[in-house]
Write a protein that binds this ligand. Sequence first.
Ligand code: C2E
Ligand code: MG
Ligand code: MG
Length: 616
Amino acid sequence: MSGTSEGPAPAVELVRPTVTESNSGVSDTNLLRAAFSAAPLAMAVVNREGLVVRANESLGTLLGIAPEALAGRPAAELVDLASDTRAWHAYREVLRGRQARLRCTRRLKHPDGHSLWAQVTVTPLPTEGVNGKQGEKGEKGVLLSLADISARRELQARLRHLQMHDPVTRLPNRALFFERLSAALEAESYEQSGTGRIGLCYLDLDGFKAVNDTLGHRVGDRLLAAVAERLTRCAEEAGLARGNPGAVAPLVARLGGDEFALLVEDSTGTDQLADLAESVLKALQLPFDLAGQRVSVSASIGVVERHAAGTTPTGLMQVADTTLYWAKADGKSRWTLFDPERNAHRMTRQALSSTLRPAIERGEFALDYQPLVGMADGRVHGVEALVRWHHPQFGTLTPNRFIGLAEEDGSIVQLGRWVLATACRQARRWQLERPDEPPIFVSVNVAVRQVWDSDLVADVAEILEETGLPARLLQLELTESAVMGSAGRPLQALQALSDMGVGIAIDDFGTGYSNLAYLSRLPVSVLKLDGSFVRGFMYEGEGVAPNPADEIVVEAMIQLAHRLGLTVTAECVETAAQAARLRRIGCDTGQGWLYSRPVGADRISVLVGGSACRQG
Ligand code: C2E
Ligand code: MG
Ligand code: MG
């Protein structure tokens, strides 16, 4: 309820009270008095002290006080004008003749107990006196009029209720939820009385679509209504559990579809929210009986609890949405608490993927090289090129952080071409640096999408031509899944590359199908055994019994590979013991920290020059 002052047009225009005889012999003043008294609009003439001079019948009826009894009473009291400062101020200004009009809405109590809504208007009367004394200067007054707008208010309230509630569950809808959320955030941020915190359980039913699809929308709607009932009960119990009689129960709202929210104002911490989420999951555990149909449903809940200050409604909902997504991804039928670190990771993913392409142009990528060492002679035969991103904001990033993203958005094609060209140029440089030594080859990782979405064969041919690197000094690493089932274009590409003299290696072998027989039919020359096999060797010599099965499997694999004409490189060789065993079972090449971490090109020159790799 608030008072407002509006434009100058008076609501009622009073005819000037001049005392003249009319044809019927009744004076105009008396006529006007009679009209005033009988007017259906509730009115009172108020003098400049604010006291009622005369009230009409309608006003008497409206207020439940006889019009004569109203005379002499302060008008402001009758219509509760002093209860808000703005209306009070405006009223004083109208009385003083400094403001044209005041209009406000008031809730009034009738002596018989019912209350009503009245629109109150106060307008100045013309300069002639209001005490019947014509022309008396300064005896200005005002006309107070009241319109009963209870019916309109009630209709408005009903409309608002319809607008703000969901017809299926009768819960507050999204619009009302956001209104309450905004108000709560504002109140919590500025009022000292509460905890200053806010909590939200954002809930989505698991598999609701299946219920709708199989049992029909009517059953679906019934289920939603039944879920709403259980949620409301949880909220009520949570409200009671807070002990404090003034504490409000969480607001339960349907945000749309099968999404609900429970908003906890003045929350006391994550424990309170966790308890609420837990009680909701429990409440939904019992199957629902929907007109003879037994339906079970579970929910995933994203839980957020934080300081209200600095939190916006949309910010909170975004975070809740992410957390709900985690709850689903973590296996559904559970609640998950918002984790800023997990979120930062997600944000980084977003930030990275949006800056990938320009980063290639800005030259933020660099290659490290890791030696591939002959098991028999301990010499560096080749190096694997491993890409790094020197990110201006996040520091140096390893490929696991961005190769997947680059594959998703297709920028891997551009990045892959850059890697290939850079690695080939470097390999050619090493070759020229040491013309009398056997040259080392460079092994470059190739993503599936590069084989499919770009003309890899043409790119390779062009780069070899440009750099002058002999094809035999280039090896390409593809994963098994990239070449599995390859027919048509990828197979032709592999064949063309192999025909050129480029080596093809299968990376991370053993993590996929491990279909050696199939691979041997492809133009593949090297198997790179995944690090997990070598890890099984780790404990030998460290007082822990090694697992002989690992060794037997790896040995069999190496023998089979050799029979099929492939050589074998072991990844992740970290200890001398692992290297010794790999050599014993016939592995050809090793790669790993035992020999060297991935290092810059300069360091490789030194390593190769001094043949400085450690022997297992
Ligand atoms: P990968 O091809 O299997 O590369 C070997 C990974 O194992 C490298 O990780 C290397 O640093 C790591 N590594 C080497 N020795 C050891 C060891 O002894 N112990 C352990 N625990 N790890 C070792 P990195 O550099 O993080 O590369 C990860 C993956 O990223 C690579 O796995 C490769 O699949 C991909 N990748 C790297 N560079 C490129 C590239 O230029 N293009 C594409 N498409 N993928 C790339
Ligand atoms: Mg590799
Ligand atoms: Mg690998």
